[in-house]
Design a protein around this ligand. Structure first.
Ligand SMILES: Cc1ncc(COP(=O)(O)O)c(C=O)c1O
Length: 429
């Protein structure tokens, strides 16, 4: 038996692409009218006293130990130690939406939900898998992909992770993408994850490729397929070449067709260089969805958040909100982005000027990483590079080696890549 509150949300979403694509858990989940919503009512009407919430209050303010407070002197007690609402600090959500519109002018005039705060992009992907993926509903993603997708989708959700081939002829393999999408569509619905700039390859589509990707989705939607597109924008803004599609593809999918639901998974983790803050956002957009339907999706997400971490961390939300209004933040971010771009150029120059019969660089133009397709076993090569050259890299699968140039100083790049190429040559012997 479904809880009546879940039923209510499902009724609100009935007939929409979002309602059609819910998983088993997605259909069951709801946000209870329990402590949290009674607490919200009490904040509004409990003028004499608010005896609802499990925090220690002194004269209406949250208590904070001086030994804690001294490390964040500019935050109020509430900003530092209070719980945030389940869907996140409302001011931060508003600010992130404003920033999203600024970063993606293509979203102008297109309705989206309010971003919901989740504890990092990983949690966002996990919650989306809860909502939309189950043993009968697979997710499609690129091969190679970030390995955590498989852990979330296959191991955690017991669903299948289907893949398309990421590259052909030095660019995005649109034929493989189209074929895989059409194959998924035979079931009537498609759940697909696109991640640009990509982990592990460091690739983002060109303007022409972006157009083709959108066209594939549009054509299937026009034929009646219900499609949800997850845009994992973890590395947004780190584009190092001219012809890269400059926005999130979310801007294209947001209002593409009534059969397309777009979800943006993003956050300050890499964009604002705060990896351990554990703060991310999920934002929905679909042509024709009403505010009430966006709210129903938000409530479902809130149920998932409430039943797992309850709410996201306050200090990181408070600091992010303040930082986003600092006058120099854009200038400061540009300095870091330029530094990463300089590392990219150095890697690009090395790779372009060195031949190897063992290593073939996969296309890369953005983000934190580049990867090699290896003609030897990538794990054996990784171990050799680690133990003989004292350099850490990641073997993604038997024939893919990932190098995070984001974490290597520019002055060390030649040394690191020379060692990788030398180790690869030695593998032939
Ligand atoms: C493609 C991709 N998505 C998401 C994440 C995770 O982001 P977060 O640290 O905010 O969970 C990563 C981190 O490595 C990533 O590479």
């Amino acid at each position: 038996m479904l809880n009546p509150l879940a039923q209510e949300l499902n009724d609100t979403l009935r007939g929409t692409v979002a309602g059609e694509l819910l998983s088993d858990l997605g259909s069951r989940i709801f946000f209870p009218r329990g402590i949290i919503s009674q607490g919200a009512e009490a904040r509004q009407f409990g003028k004499v006293a608010n005896a609802t919430i499990g925090t220690t209050m002194i004269e209406g303010k949250p208590a904070a130990l001086p030994s804690v407070k001294k490390f964040a002197p500019e935050l109020t007690n509430a900003e530092l130690v209070s719980y945030t609402p389940t869907a996140g600090n409302p001011d931060l959500r508003k600010k992130w939406k404003e920033l999203m519109l600024k970063k993606n002018p293509g979203l102008a005039g297109k309705a989206t939900s309010n971003p919901v705060v989740v504890p990092g992009l990983t949690a966002g992907i996990s919650y989306l898998s809860d909502l939309f993926v189950d043993s009968n509903h697979p997710l499609l993603a690129a091969n190679p992909s970030w390995d955590n997708y498989a852990l979330v989708v296959e191991t955690r959700r017991g669903a299948e992770l289907h893949t398309f081939n990421m590259f052909a002829n030095g660019g995005f393999d649109i034929d493989s993408f189209k074929k895989a999408m059409e194959e998924e569509a035979k079931s009537g619905s498609v759940r697909v994850l696109l991640n640009f700039p990509q982990n592990p390859s460091g690739y983002s589509p060109t303007n022409a490729e972006a157009k083709e990707i959108v066209q594939v989705v549009k054509e299937l939607a026009e034929k009646g397929t219900k499609i949800i597109v997850w845009d994992d924008d973890a590395y947004f803004g780190l584009n190092y070449e001219e012809d890269i599609y400059p926005q999130s593809l979310f801007a294209e999918f947001a209002c593409l067709h009534e059969n397309v639901l777009a979800v943006k998974v993003d956050g300050p983790t890499k964009e604002d260089f705060v990896w351990g803050f554990r703060c991310g956002f999920l934002t929905f957009a679909g042509k024709g969805l009403t505010d009430e339907q966006y709210l129903a999706l938000e409530k479902k997400l809130m149920g998932l958040i409430r039943s797992s971490v309850s709410c996201s961390s306050s200090p990181s939300q408070s600091i992010s909100l303040h930082a986003f209004s600092e006058p120099k933040i854009e200038e400061e971010k540009k300095i870091f982005r330029d530094m990463l771009c300089a590392r990219y150029k150095k890697v690009r120059a090395f790779v372009d000027s060195h031949k190897s019969s063992v290593l073939e660089a996969l296309p890369f133009n953005s983000g934190y990483f580049m990867s090699f397709h290896t003609k030897c076993n990538a794990e054996e090569l990784r171990l050799k590079i680690l133990h003989e050259k004292q350099i850490g890299t990641i073997s993604i699968d038997a024939s893919t080696l990932r190098v995070a140039f984001s974490s290597v100083d520019e002055s060390k790049i030649d040394e690191v890549y020379s060692a990788i190429y030398a180790a690869a040559e030695e593998m032939k012997k």
